[in-house]
Design a protein around this ligand. Structure first.
Ligand SMILES: Nc1nc2c(c(=O)[nH]1)N[C@H]1C(S)=C(S)[C@@H](COP(=O)(O)O)O[C@H]1N2
Ligand SMILES: [Mo]
Length: 577
């Protein structure tokens, strides 16, 4: 069989740049900065959380006064001598081995990237919600202004930028690159964590940071009173931690870190769609909010931890955790300074490097997290887990709307002249009108949309299953990728398109939709036809589809990275997480 000549729309592909030009980035989106975090109180009152700084300061002073008063009370003194706030497990090893110091260093280095890129990801949809609906005004926290009253306002317009040395890489709508940093470094951080867990248990070091008696709770109260009354407990961390340290370290290592990972995975479209019993309770938005609260815990922990390290025998503490020695000399401090120089150099270089070499970030990021993204792509969720009552009252718009005479001509005519062209490596290429598409067996699914930026929404989609399409066109065995082209251009010009792996096309929740919530698809949501592949993030759901091409590979299409956002905004082509 002779393969088709290349469809005309392929001539309009733009390859995309290999560096970032700030003035043309993301279609020339003007800079807009994040605001201070605001938390919603009641229906529509918003508190700027910077107020918590003076409030916290007053509370700290008050707590110090209260703690000093308490310490003079005989009953409290009794309590404190009954629960001294420190007990050494006789089986626990003494001292900090070298591997612990190395892991502590890698952990802190990786966390600087993870935190910066994480905040950048938040800035791409600067709102947090508790329900899976992302209804404007219903968020509990935002780092931007309220959503303006504009029916076609897009999530992309809603994104905000960050200072370049806070966010990674700072600039507005740089989520593609921020995600490589975040997910890539996460992978290394988790590996470091797995090694840490294994060594903790092999060497018995776990006995030093995991409480083994309930006395740790009253004991922590004793320690807290000591700290707050400014009469600090004696530090000899080489041998034993006090009960409050035990709780803080144990919680950070065994609760906060796994919670960060689980909440992170809770935002994956493939996993959330597949494991509905879990995602029913922990929806993507609950997971996102929780992920953010874990960040808050880490930030508070880091602040208090560092403060106490330098105020309770800094030289000795630096020797412990940077040089595995129990001494008062300056060696540990010297190692600490070298470590900090490494951290600072990496910190300062990360944003300029990313702006100059985004393709390297894209490639290395994919090398690190790609295997997991590939793995979860095989998950095939079944329809029917959401019902009509789950449909979101508000469904964000996103992307670049079609703005061509050709599209307007189709639209003016009620899409009577629309033809869906399906060709490439197939036995039976077809041109289908909307009427012909509607005559095919109808497929419906109520599913959740996961935009890469972080918002989500449930809708009912009506149309044709991709299985039906494949029965019709009969792909050849060489066809490994299916490329969906749009009538609309992308933000930087050239046709929007995206490639999907052939093996997913027979999954239950992959379809071409011409109806949304029992209405014909609206202009904003992709009229007359769009893709739904519920294993993947939103940007892969091509709207205003013009044609579908079955190919052996996407390397020679557009920029060759597998889609418009992959070419132009350094996204990844496998987006199951
Ligand atoms: N042609 C085209 N399709 C597109 C986009 C686009 O810019 N152009 N944006 C994508 C993104 S980023 C998302 S999140 C979804 C949004 O779909 P919605 O507007 O119906 O919510 O469409 C996707 N499909
Ligand atoms: Mo998106």
């Amino acid at each position: 069989m002779a393969t088709d000549p290349r469809p005309a729309y392929q001539a309009r592909l733009e390859p995309g740049e290999n560096t970032i030009n700030r003035s043309t980035w993301a279609g020339g989106i003007p800079p807009a900065r994040a605001t201070a975090p605001h938390v919603r109180i009641g229906r529509e009152r918003w508190l700027n959380i910077l107020w918590l700084l003076p409030i916290g300061f007053v509370m700290l002073i008050t707590a110090i006064a209260v703690a000093k008063g308490l310490r003079n009370m005989p009953a409290v003194q009794d309590f404190m001598s009954r629960y001294p706030g420190e007990h050494r497990d006789p089986r626990a090893p003494v001292g900090m081995p070298g591997w612990l110091d190395w892991q502590h260093f890698f952990n802190l280095l990786l966390m600087t990237f993870i935190i910066r890129s994480g905040i950048q990801i938040l800035a791409d949809h600067p709102r947090l919600y508790w329900t899976r609906n992302s209804t404007p005004g219903k968020e509990w926290m935002r780092i931007s202004k309220p959503v303006p009253d504009d029916a076609l306002w897009t999530a992309k317009q809603d994104s905000v930028g960050l200072p370049g040395q806070l966010g990674l890489p700072g600039i507005r709508h740089s989520i593609g690159l921020a995600r490589w940093w975040h997910l890539g470094m996460d992978t290394l951080w988790l590996l470091n964590g797995v090694v840490f867990y294994i060594l903790l248990f092999l060497t018995g070091q776990w006995r030093r940071i995991l409480p083994t008696s309930w006395d740790v709770f009253p004991g922590s109260v004793t320690v807290l009173i000591k700290y707050l009354s400014l009469d600090w407990p004696l530090e000899h961390g080489w041998v034993v931690y006090n009960d409050l340290q035990l709780l803080a370290y144990g919680f950070t290592v065994f609760v906060a870190a796994p919670a960060a990972m689980l909440a992170g995975l809770g935002m994956s479209p493939a996993l959330s769609t597949r494991f509905r019993p879990v995602s029913k309770v922990l929806s993507i938005q609950a997971a996102r909010s929780l992920h953010f609260l874990v960040l808050c815990w880490f930030l508070i922990f880091i602040l208090i931890h560092v403060t106490l390290v330098v105020t309770t025998g800094a030289l000795r503490n630096f020797n412990h955790i940077f040089a595995s020695r129990d001494s008062d000399d300056w060696i540990g401090f010297g190692v600490f300074c070298v470590a900090m120089i490494v951290v600072i150099v990496c910190w300062v270089a990360a944003t300029p490097f990313t702006i100059r070499h985004p393709r390297i970030v894209q490639r290395v990021g994919f090398a690190l997290i790609g295997p997991a993204q590939r793995l979860f792509e095989h998950v095939d969720a079944k329809p029917g887990e959401y019902s009509e009552k789950d449909i979101s009252p508000y469904f964000w718009h996103n992307g670049t709307y079609p703005d061509s005479d050709a599209y307007r001509a189709l639209q003016d005519n009620g899409f009577a002249d629309y033809r869906l062209r399906i060709s490439g490596l197939v036995d039976n290429p077809v041109d289908l009108s909307l009427e012909q598409l509607r005559a095919l067996p109808r497929h419906e699914q109520i599913t959740q949309h996961f935009c890469i930026q972080g918002w989500s929404g449930v809708a009912k989609w009506g149309g044709v299953s991709m299985r039906t399409i494949m029965d019709l066109v009969k792909p050849l065995p060489e066809a490994k990728w299916v490329v969906f082209y749009s009538l609309a251009e992308g933000a930087d010009g050239g046709s929007y398109y995206d490639a999907h792996a052939m093996e997913q096309m027979s999954h239950h929740l992959v379809m071409l939709a011409f109806d949304m919530n029992d209405q014909p698809l609206s202009f904003g949501h992709g009229a007359p036809l769009r893709l739904r592949n519920e294993n993947q993030l939103g940007f892969k759901q091509v709207k205003w589809i013009s044609g579908i091409d079955f190919v052996a590979h996407f390397a020679d299409i557009g920029g060759g990275y597998g889609g418009y956002n992959e070419d132009h905004e350094f996204f990844g082509y496998r987006q199951s997480i």
